[in-house]
Design a binder for this molecule. Structure first.
Ligand code: SDX
Length: 395
C-alpha cells in the first residue's frame, strides 16, 4: 500500500506483522482505529460502539449496536462454579493474577470457536463473552478482596454503569451511579481499546500463533500488561506521586533521580517507544481529569504534583532531548482514584479497555489463513563457540 512499509505477513523474523486495526503516527501523535481519529471516537461514542468497530471493522448501525449491547447483557454472568474461584485466592491476591487465571479458566466453562454456537461466524460470540465477562471478573475480585457480597450485573445498566454498580453497590448502602464517572470511564476505556503491536498485544499474537485458544492467549496478554513498564505504569504513577507528596512535594528531587543514570528510578507515566511527542490519549485524559476534579470540587494534591512534573519535564533538556512526554498512564490513575477505584485495580481497568484490541488482533492473525505462521523471533548468538565435553572428574 502507498505510504506503508509492506511487512512480512504473519510473523517475520523480527516479530513484525501487518494489521489494519490501528494506525499510530508517533512523530505527530496520531492514533486511529480503522481510520477514525481517537479524539472523535472518545468524544462521540460509547465504549461498546468502539469495541464493535474494533471487532467488526465498521462503526455499528443502530440495530447492530442494540444487538451487541444485548450480547453484553446476555454474557455478563459468570458460570456459578467460577464464583468459588474467588474464595480460594488469598485476600491480598493481585487482581491481575485473578484476572489472568480466571480468563484462562473461561476456556473450560464455555465451548469456544464452536461455529454452531456462533451464528455470526468468526469468533463474535466468544468476543462478546470475553468483553462482557471481564467486567464481572474484575468487580467480583474486588468485592471478594474487601469481604463484601457480590453484586450481579444488571440488564438495566450500560457497560460502564454496570461495572461501577458491581464494584460499589452494597445491600445496605445503595450506590448512586454518577453520570460523570460513567462518562469518564467510557472515555478511558475507548482510549485504551487498542494500540497496535505493544508488548501485551504482541504477546496475545505470539501465544495465539501456536494455535492456542483465544482465552489462553489473552490470559498471557494480561500477564504482559501487568509489568510496571507497560500497563502497570498507571499504578506506578500514583505510587510515585504519593511518594513525592509524602516527601514534602519535592518533585524536583524525583526529576533529578529520573535523570541519574546510576539510579534505576524512572518517571512513571513518561516516555513511549512509539510516541516522540505528546501521547494523544494523555491529552484527552488530562483534560478529562481536570473536568472530573472541577465537577467534584476535589483538589487532589497528586494532580497538582503531576502537572508540576509535566511542566518541568517539558522544559528540561534531559526529557526534551529524549522526546519524553506524558503517556496514557500518567493521568489515568488520578481519575480512577477520584472514582474510588483502588490502586491495585488500575491495571485491571487498562485490561478491560484493551480487551477489544486483543481479541481483534488475535482474530485478524488467526483469520489470515494464508499467512498464519507460528511466531518465532530470531536471536543473535553471543555464547561460546563449539568446545569439547569435560567429564565430571576433570571439572
Ligand atoms: C504503555 O507500546 C505501547 O503502545 C504501550 C502502551 C499501550 O497502549 O499499549 O502505550 C501503554 O505501556 C505506556 C508506557 C507505560 N510505561 C511507563 O510509563 C514506564 C516509564 N517509561 C519508560 O520505562 C520508557 O519510557 C518506556 C518503557 C515506556 C519506553 O521505553 P523505551 O522505548 O525502551 O525507551 P528507552 O528505555 O530506550 O529510553 C530512551 C532514553 C533512555 O535514556 P538514554 O539511554 O538515551 O540516556 O530515555 C530514557 C532512558 O533512560 N527514559 C527515561 C524514561 N523513559 C525513557 N528516563 C526517565 N524516565 C522515563 N520515564
Amino acid at each position: 500500500q502507498t505510504g506503508y512499509i509492506t511487512l512480512d505477513s504473519g510473523f517475520s523474523n523480527t516479530g513484525s506483522c501487518t494489521s489494519a486495526i490501528t494506525y499510530l503516527d508517533g512523530a505527530n501523535g496520531i492514533l486511529d482505529y480503522y481510520g477514525y481519529a481517537i479524539e472523535e471516537l472518545a468524544e462521540n461514542c460509547s465504549f461498546t460502539e468502539v469495541a464493535y468497530l474494533i471487532l467488526h471493522k465498521e462503526l455499528p448501525t443502530y440495530d447492530q449496536l442494540e444487538s451487541f449491547k444485548h450480547d453484553m447483557v446476555r454474557f455478563a454472568l459468570l458460570h456459578e462454579d467460577m464464583i468459588h474461584f474467588f474464595d480460594h485466592f488469598p485476600p491480598n491476591a493481585s487482581p491481575m493474577s485473578i484476572l489472568s487465571t480466571s480468563v484462562n479458566a473461561l476456556h473450560n466453562y464455555y465451548p469456544e470457536m464452536d461455529e454452531e454456537l456462533d451464528p455470526y461466524g468468526g469468533y463474535t460470540v466468544t468476543a462478546a463473552r470475553l468483553l462482557s465477562k471481564i467486567r464481572t471478573i474484575a468487580a467480583f475480585s474486588y468485592k471478594k478482596s474487601i469481604g463484601h457480597p457480590l453484586v450481579y450485573p444488571s440488564a438495566r445498566l450500560n457497560y460502564c454503569e454496570n461495572f461501577l454498580n458491581m464494584m460499589f453497590d452494597r445491600p445496605n448502602l445503595p450506590y448512586r451511579i454518577r453520570p460523570e464517572f460513567a462518562s469518564a470511564l467510557n472515555k478511558l476505556l475507548i482510549l485504551h481499546a487498542d494500540h497496535e503491536q505493544n508488548c501485551s498485544t504482541s504477546t496475545v499474537r505470539l501465544v495465539g500463533s501456536s494455535g492456542c485458544n483465544l482465552y489462553a492467549s489473552i490470559s498471557a496478554g494480561i500477564s504482559a500488561l501487568w509489568g510496571p513498564l507497560h500497563g502497570g505504569a498507571n499504578q506506578a504513577v500514583v505510587k510515585m506521586l504519593e511518594a513525592i507528596l509524602h516527601d514534602g512535594g519535592d518533585f524536583r528531587k524525583y526529576i533529578e533521580k529520573a535523570k541519574d543514570k546510576n539510579d534505576p528510578f524512572r518517571l512513571s507515566g513518561f516516555g513511549h517507544r512509539v510516541y516522540k511527542t505528546f501521547d494523544p490519549r494523555a491529552k484527552i485524559i488530562k483534560q478529562s481529569c481536570a473536568e472530573i476534579m472541577n465537577l467534584l470540587e476535589i483538589n487532589d494534591p497528586l494532580l497538582d504534583i503531576a502537572l508540576e512534573l509535566e511542566e518541568i519535564a517539558r522544559t528540561d533538556d534531559y526529557f526534551v532531548s529524549r522526546n519524553l512526554y506524558p503517556n496514557v498512564d500518567f493521568y489515568s490513575g488520578i481519575i480512577y482514584r477520584a472514582m474510588g477505584i483502588p490502586t491495585n485495580m488500575f491495571t485491571v481497568m487498562f485490561a478491560m479497555g484493551r480487551m477489544p484490541g486483543w481479541i481483534a488482533q488475535w482474530t485478524e492473525m488467526v483469520e489470515d489463513k494464508e499467512n498464519a505462521r507460528i511466531g518465532r523471533p530470531r536471536q543473535v548468538y553471543a555464547g561460546n563457540t563449539r568446545r569439547p565435553f569435560v567429564p565430571m572428574k576433570d571439572r
